[in-house]
Design a protein around this ligand. Sequence first.
Ligand SMILES: Nc1ncnc2c1ncn2[C@@H]1O[C@H](COP(=O)(O)OP(=O)(O)OP(=O)(O)O)[C@@H](O)[C@H]1O
Length: 256
Amino acid sequence: MDFLTIKNLHHTYFTKTSATTALSDITLDVKEGEFISFLGPSGCGKTTLLSIIAGLINPTGGSVLLENKPIKTSQNDIGYMLQQDYLFPWKTIEQNILLGLKINGTLTPEKKENTSNLLKQMGLEHVGAAYPKQLSGGMRQRVALVRTLATEPKLLMLDEPFSALDFQTKLKLEDLVSNTLKNFNKTAILVTHDIGEAIAMSDRIILFSPSPGKVHKTFLVPDELKNLPPFSARNHTVYTELFQTIWKELESLDEE
Ligand SMILES: Nc1ncnc2c1ncn2[C@@H]1O[C@H](COP(=O)(O)OP(=O)(O)OP(=O)(O)O)[C@@H](O)[C@H]1O
């Protein structure tokens, strides 16, 4: 059974004076535990597709099923990690990461302990009583990941989560996030503009073409890269070959 099934999806944004078709005829399956990336030029509909999968936008055509059920608005099964961490500045780190569980009414001593362990795995066991402003950008994104995982979502949406970080921190976080998601066998969709990040982190890369957004090509990441942590994958010859192939495809899209 496919975990996430997207079938003949269309979306047009209507205003009083215009209609913009952001997505046209998207059909895509994602397996449980799979990590896929959405890559493509600006405006090809990546954010629109993510918002539809998350139940934030109702598509104008087609369907999205999560474990064979239509996506609902405010779906608790889906977690987000965004470019900004959106931690509440007036709450401590511990309060921030437990907030989702409190709101869902699912905060138990066991879940509290699980989140403390997660914080430990992220090397952040000492920051529970601190406030977000006391933490670096990389630390805040690690907290954001713990907060996202705390509610045990079935599907994770990673919308350019490392793009605001310096390169070194980004590389370290790629390893940490990839390792954590593999340990929990989480299904994840990453939206990124970074070809290298997509190759280093994913099992499969979907390249979209714009106007309207369509699936242009799919790239399977070879096993020898999938079995490596992202940092090591970036140093593999197969990585360089795949990078060049995708780069050429992106260039050809610019010329169309
Ligand atoms: N609320 C909206 N109303 C009207 N048109 C919109 C709206 N949101 C997006 N669009 C249009 O839909 C198309 C797809 O936009 P979308 O933001 O999904 O692309 P994207 O690939 O995520 O872009 P980027 O990489 O720049 O974030 C674009 O042509 C955009 O102008």
